[in-house]
Unconditional design. Sequence first.
Length: 88
Amino acid sequence: MRYIIIFLLIFNSFVFAEPKFLMPEEAFQATAHLKKRCTINATIELGHDIYLYQSKVSAKIVEKNSGIVIDRLVLPEGVDHDGEKVYL
């Protein structure tokens, strides 16, 4: 049985507190593991003073014709920031 899933995240709307911009691999540390046969848990650790807007989080199957589909993407509750939900 094969599971190939790569999560692509869109990070267009984040705020940096310092003028020094972090590289994506410094700002976002993503991991994923198989929890059950049909469930994958993904975690994103955010760098210092990074906001991740909930509306910009997505997941995508990149292997065509794999037979794997994303039934639903369950996200934790974000916090309000200027009228939008964000993760800190």
